[in-house]
Design a protein around this ligand. Sequence first.
Ligand code: ARG
Length: 591
Amino acid sequence: MRVMSVLTELSGRVGLAFADEGLDPALGEVVVSQRPELAQFQSNGALAAAKSTGRSPRDVAEAVATRLAADPGFAKVEVAGPGFINLTLSDESLAAYAESSARMDTLGVETATQPETVVVDYAGPNVAKAMHVGHLRATIIGDSLQRIFRLLGHNVIRDPHFGDWGFQMGLVIAAIAEEQPDLPYFDPEYLGPYPDESPVTLDDLQRIYPEANSRSEQDPEFAARVRDTTVDLQRGRPGYLALWKHMKQVSEESQRRDFADLGVEFDLWYGESDVADRLEPMVQRLRESGVAEESRGAIIVRVDLPDDKRDLPPLILESSVGAFLYSTTDLATLEMRARDLGAGLILYVVDARQADHFELLFRAAAKSGLIPPTTRTEHVKFGTMNGKDGKPFRTREGGVVSLGDLIDLVQDAARRRLEEAEIAKDYPDDEREQIARQVGIAALKFGDLVNNRVSDYTFDLDRFSSLEGKTGPYLQYGAVRIRSIQRKAQERGLSPGPMLAPIVDGERDLMLVLLRLPEAIERAAELRAPNHVAEYAYQVASAWNRFYDSCHILDEEDPSRQASWLALAEWTLRTLTLLLDLLGIEIPERM
Ligand code: ARG
């Protein structure tokens, strides 16, 4: 038997009852009851059925309910209000569902019937600039989404799309040229070989970039030089390319460390520059086909449509001085992903403030036929992580917070929390540090992911790191405690057994909550919204706590009840582990 989610299975059963009434079985869709005090599930199909049949909804509901009442799997079938069908499972049948879901490796989550290649574009740090909290959000949300899509059986390709081919590269090269004009990279006569050692460190870059950036805003002569430098780099001037490679390497080393700290990996380690060779031919082709045109010295693609409610600027492919831009590399990358990687869906997990950029990009791609009409592109937007002052999170000195510093910050907070709660007190130092790190990262990730991604949220380390409430550490701690119960049970020679029909509310509710896993994940995938996973994980942990408060597993005298509860514990732990993994959160071995 192909096991499926309870809701799918129940919908099938209720659908049959509708069919027996001569109605569309699709009307039988069952959802979790909105009034849990009245019933566990409900079907609202009778209301829709009435429209097409002329029968009253109440009448249809009664007829379907009568058929369902004959099914021993239901303890209660009632018609409520204008024609809702309320359903409550018998405890035996609930336990049977529990048993079959818990037995499955996938815990009832169904994989996609038509898996496709999904490119997830996230993180997006820039070479020569420190990763900041905007990149952090992209990284955390993107990583969770790619995990969700992977679980559903899609062929996921993770691509960070490094910013390494635009104006900021010209900025830094021009600034270094001024500071150290004698370096061989700037001598047009010199043809190499260039030094192996980078002339600049990461610290140098982090000083040079902001300085050069503000200077270019005030000094038009410097800005012009930066533009020329960018063009020369993009057209392959050997000295600039050699220097660029150093900077890329220096930045990437630190980015790799940051990603490793966050437990984030990529399949491709591509940046804008990986499509460098495609830019000129692409622009050429688009001009020939008439999609691109010249306007005031620049080459553009007009993307505005007659019924646009606001003015949309064109997408610029080449600036008047001949530089390729962010949009040019993005367009060529989009084509590469669709054509070479065969992407059916591309998710761009990027700050909401780039909404216009993506609107132009997607329109230009469609207009130019660079991607097949079957490739779907989506901007998965997110809001800002703010400080307590309501402004984008910064250091006390007002600077951009580097990811490394932020990780230190959360780890410190986690360490304090653990100390307060006297957790891991007697463990070896390195293990305690490792736990503090895992807890800190969990605080950071969960604090982000639990929010609807489009809203801004306040970075509140005290709240995020708390071991109580809707936090990452609370969930980790819950999982670790289940593990410790399992260990104790094992020491006493106890093992899980078949799940029995529940006898107390805590037990019944926990089963019902655990059975909702497939829908929680499906919803998160559909809406590209990991907060549904985060929210559901919290419900699981809370239901577990209510269960455990009333059912003392280790003291239970009836051995088969005890074995059933141990099975419930194992199911809960596997569910929590799966959910936390989807959020990119590790569970410490012990706490
Ligand atoms: N590097 C960009 C930034 O820092 C983000 C890149 C997002 N991805 C993309 N395909 N444009 O803003």
